[in-house]
Each structure stands twice: as structure tokens, then as C-alpha cells.
Design a protein. Structure first.
Length: 251
């Protein structure tokens, strides 16, 4: 049995420089940081060590074989950290944290994205574009695990995330709060470049393969699409979201 299988259920073993640095810098509870032997020459590793020392987080060294057993082919970059799971709140808590200015109130709604790398990339796009938070479904959605955190480049630790049991109910609540719901749809809709976006706004994206469920689609106000060459089938869900969000939320 390797160390990964002995991690307590109330903790999470994450990897990668961005993930560990973000966890430490954000004040997220970190139990210990593990470095691969011989990693001292890296500037960012030294930065991480400095922050861990200031926070009195225990540090240790492990051989490369430990990282291989723990993370297999994942790009661990010779660093890992045992920390508390990422905090996920209810939608009421998320809405209470949104800015008062309607122009700055924007959310991303994720309809059952199952790949952790896609979920992490979506969270990273939401953070980078200035969206106020991400809403995911409790069922049939990737957990916010180590691969998702790595794909988010650690932005998950500074992004407000809510989980809901019923996305259509959450969409109805957002409408009552004055939100306009825009659905990103490869099958068709208004050209995202020509849309005059109204705020506050929520941008809805569907599953990697099937897209949005029918009930989700029925709650969308306006469908938008990205015109593409006829010989290109579609963009990755996080890439499509980035294209739309950076346009819609531009200053």
C-alpha cells in the first residue's frame, strides 16, 4: 500500500507547483508539503518553501519513486501537498458574495462536466476572465480532486464555487435575482460577437459530449454560438468558454 491510499478522507493530496503555491498563498489549510529530493534549485520551489516556513507548515523530502507511485503519469513537477478539500458552498452563499455592480456579477454554470481536467480548466477560465464564481452539479460532475486543481493552475483556491442538486432550480433562482442566462451551444444560436450582453449574467456550458441536458436548455434565455469553419467540428468546452467570457466580460 502506498502513501496515497493512506490519506485520510478529510484531506486531499494535490500536486504541481501552481496548485501547492496557490494553496499556501491563499491561506488554505495545508497539513504538509512534500518535495522530490534534489528540487532545491528551482526558484518557485524556494518560494513555496519560504511561504510554508512562514505558515509553519511541515516539509519533507521523498524520492522520485514515491511521486511515481502516488501520481503515475500526472505532471507532479516534484512537489505535493496534503491539504483540506476545496470548500464548496451553496448557491445562496455564492450569490451573497457577488459584487453589487450588476456589470461585475457574472457566473459560470456547469452542467455535468465529468472530466476533472476540463472542470479545472473551466474554473481557471472563470477566474482569469473575472467571473464571480462557478456553479456545478452535485451529481455526475467531476469532483474537485487533484487533477482538477492542477488543471485550474491553483485558481480553485481563490474562486467561489457552489454545488447544487438541481441545476434547473438554480437557474430559476438566478432569473428571480435578475440574471440573464446565456447558453453556449455548438448546435446554433446568436453569434457571440454580436450579442449585446445584459447583466448580471450566467453562462451555461454542457457536458463534454452530450452538451446541455434538455431541462437545462429549457431554462436558458439566449443561446450563443461561436462561428467556425465548416471542417472544424467544435472546440473543447473550456476553450469555447474562454472565447465567449473574455469577449462578454471585457472592460
Amino acid at each position: 500500500m502506498d502513501d496515497r491510499t493512506r490519506v485520510r478522507q478529510d484531506t486531499l493530496l494535490i500536486y504541481g507547483k501552481n496548485s501547492v503555491l496557490a494553496a499556501l498563498s491563499s491561506g488554505h489549510p495545508v497539513v504538509r508539503v512534500t518535495f522530490e529530493s534534489g528540487s532545491d534549485k528551482d526558484d518557485r520551489i524556494r518560494t513555496i518553501k519560504g511561504i510554508a516556513a512562514r505558515r509553519n507548515v511541515p516539509m519533507e523530502y521523498k524520492l522520485g519513486s514515491w511521486f511515481q507511485k502516488s501520481f503515475h503519469s500526472e505532471p507532479h513537477q516534484g512537489i505535493a501537498a496534503l491539504c483540506a478539500p476545496v470548500e464548496v458552498n451553496d448557491i445562496g452563499f455564492l450569490l451573497a458574495k457577488m459584487p453589487r455592480d450588476p456589470q461585475r456579477r457574472a457566473l459560470v454554470l456547469v452542467d455535468q462536466v465529468t472530466d476533472p481536467h476540463n472542470l479545472g480548466a473551466i474554473i481557471r477560465v472563470a477566474a482569469a476572465s473575472g467571473a464571480g464564481g462557478v456553479v456545478i452539479t452535485k451529481d455526475r460532475t467531476s469532483p474537485i480532486n487533484a487533477p482538477a486543481i492542477a488543471a485550474s493552475a491553483g485558481t480553485v483556491f481563490n474562486t467561489s464555487i457552489a454545488a447544487v442538486a438541481n441545476l434547473s432550480y438554480a437557474m430559476g433562482r438566478l432569473k428571480k435575482e435578475g440574471y440573464w442566462l446565456y447558453g453556449l451551444d455548438v448546435r446554433g444560436g446568436d453569434d457571440y460577437r454580436l450579442e449585446r450582453y445584459s447583466y448580471p449574467a450566467a453562462f451555461v456550458i454542457g457536458n463534454e459530449g452530450a452538451g446541455m441536458r434538455d431541462l437545462t436548455r429549457r431554462n436558458v434565455d439566449i443561446f450563443i454560438t461561436i462561428p467556425m469553419r465548416s471542417d472544424v467540428e467544435s472546440l473543447n468546452v473550456s476553450t469555447a468558454l474562454a472565447v465567449v467570457l473574455f469577449h462578454a466580460l471585457r472592460a
